[in-house]
Design a protein around this ligand. Structure first.
Ligand code: IPM
Ligand code: MN
Length: 343
C-alpha cells in the first residue's frame, strides 16, 4: 500500500479497517513510501526499491498523493508518480465506475439511476507526452499517441468488462460506447476504426461511437443510457470527473489501474492537504477502491460485502455528505458506520 499525502494516510487507515473486517483469508501488507512526501524526503516520488515491492505484490492500494509546495518543472510529482506506475507497470486500463449510490442526491434529475463504467486508456493518448512537450517561450507542442496495439487491448478490455459486469443501462442493452474526436483528429479516427474492428468479435454487445463533446452533454442529459465507455486518456480524465460530479462528487468514486501483470486501486480525487488530519475527509472512495482491489484478487464476495455495507450506511443516514465532498459525519464515524453495516 501507498498511504500517500494529505488526507491519504487517514483514508488508507480507514480502508484497511474495512479490509480487515471482510478478509477471511490472510493478507500480507507492505508499506511503500511514494508521492510528494517521498519526493521531498528522498528526491524521488517512488524509489526503485518501492517500485520493486509493488511489482511483487498481487495488488496495491494507493491513497491520493501530491502537495502544492512540491512540484517539478515538468509537472507535479502526482503526475510523475502516475507516469511511473501507469506506464512503468503497463497498467493500460483505468477503470472508473460511475454509480449513483442510495441516499446520495445527484445534481441531475435522474429517474433511472446512474451506473456505468469509464474505461480510460491509461498509457497513451495525450498523456504519452507527459513531461515531454517541446518548444520555447513562443510555442509548445505535446503529442497525442494512438497505437493499434494500444487501441486493440483497451477495446478488448471494455468489451470483456461489458460482458461480465452486473450493472446495466436503463434499456437493458449491453453496450460499449467509444468516445473520441474522429471528426477532427486523424489519431482519433484511427482509435475509432480499431475499436469498430474489435467490436466485430463481440456481436452480443452493442458498439456505438460518440464525439467527446456530444458525450459530455449526454452524460449530463441521459446518463442512464451508458454501460461501458472506452476513451482516450485525457478525455477519460475529464469525463470521469464530470461523471463523478453527477453522482455526488468524486469523493465517492473509486478506480482501478489495471494491466496484464499488475494493478493498483485508488480514489479518483486528490490529496486535499488543507483538510488533512481534521476528520473531515470522505473515506468512501478509498473504501470502494478497496472493494475493486478485492474483485481483482478474485475475492468478489468480499468486494460485494463492502459495496453492500457502503450502500446500507448511506441508506441508513448514518453517513452524512457535505456538498464540498467532505463528510459531516466525520472520517472515523463514517468508517464505523460502514463497519457496523458489515455486521
Ligand atoms: C487522475 C488524476 C491524475 C491524472 C493527476 C493527479 C496526474 O487527475 O488520476 O485522474 O491526471 O491522471
Ligand atoms: Mn483526474
Amino acid at each position: 500500500m501507498i498511504r500517500g499525502d494529505g488526507i491519504g494516510p487517514e483514508l488508507v487507515d480507514s480502508a484497511l479497517t474495512v479490509l480487515d473486517a471482510v478478509a477471511d483469508f490472510p493478507i500480507e501488507l507492505v508499506d511503500v513510501q511514494a508521492g510528494a512526501g517521498a519526493y521531498r524526503a528522498e528526491g524521488s516520488a517512488l524509489s526503485d526499491a518501492g517500485l520493486a515491492v509493488i511489482r511483487e505484490a498481487d495488488a496495491t492500494l494507493k491513497g491520493p498523493v501530491g502537495l502544492p509546495d512540491v512540484r517539478q518543472s515538468d509537472g507535479t510529482e502526482a503526475g510523475l508518480l502516475g507516469g511511473i506506475l501507469r506506464n512503468g507497470l503497463d497498467l493500460y486500463a483505468n477503470v472508473r465506475p460511475i454509480t449513483l449510490l442510495p441516499g446520495v442526491r445527484s445534481a441531475l434529475r435522474v429517474d433511472d439511476g446512474i451506473d456505468y463504467v469509464i474505461v480510460r486508456e491509461n498509457t497513451e493518448g495525450l498523456y504519452a507526452s507527459r513531461g515531454k512537450g517541446v518548444g520555447n517561450d513562443h510555442a509548445m507542442t505535446d503529442t497525442l499517441l494512438v497505437t493499434r496495439a494500444g487501441c486493440e487491448r483497451i477495446a478488448h478490455f471494455a468489451f470483456t468488462l461489458a460482458s461480465r459486469r452486473s450493472g446495466a443501462p436503463a434499456d437493458g442493452v449491453r453496450r460499449v460506447t467509444c468516445v473520441d474526436k474522429a471528426n477532427v483528429l486523424r489519431s482519433m479516427y484511427f482509435f475509432r476504426s480499431v475499436f469498430l474492428e474489435v467490436a466485430e468479435q463481440y456481436p452480443d454487445i452493442e458498439a456505438e461511437c460518440l464525439y467527446v463533446d456530444a458525450a459530455a452533454q449526454a452524460l449530463v442529459l441521459a446518463p442512464e443510457h451508458f454501460d461501458v465507455i472506452v476513451t482516450e486518456n485525457l478525455f477519460g480524465d475529464i469525463l470521469s470527473d464530470l461523471g463523478g460530479g453527477t453522482v455526488g462528487g468524486i469523493a465517492l468514486c473509486p478506480s482501478g489501474n489495471i494491466g496484464d501483470s499488475h494493478a493498483y486501486f485508488e480514489p479518483i480525487h486528490g490529496s486535499a492537504p488543507t483538510i488533512a488530519g481534521q476528520d473531515r475527509a470522505n473515506p468512501l472512495g478509498q473504501i470502494l477502491a478497496t472493494a475493486m482491489l478485492l474483485d481483482h484478487l478474485g475475492e468478489r464476495a468480499a468486494g460485494d460485502r463492502i459495496r453492500g455495507a457502503v450502500r446500507a450506511a448511506l441508506r441508513g443516514g448514518s453517513v452524512r455528505l457535505n456538498p464540498d465532498g467532505t463528510v459531516a459525519s466525520g472520517t472515523r464515524s463514517t468508517t464505523d458506520a460502514v463497519l457496523a453495516a458489515l455486521g
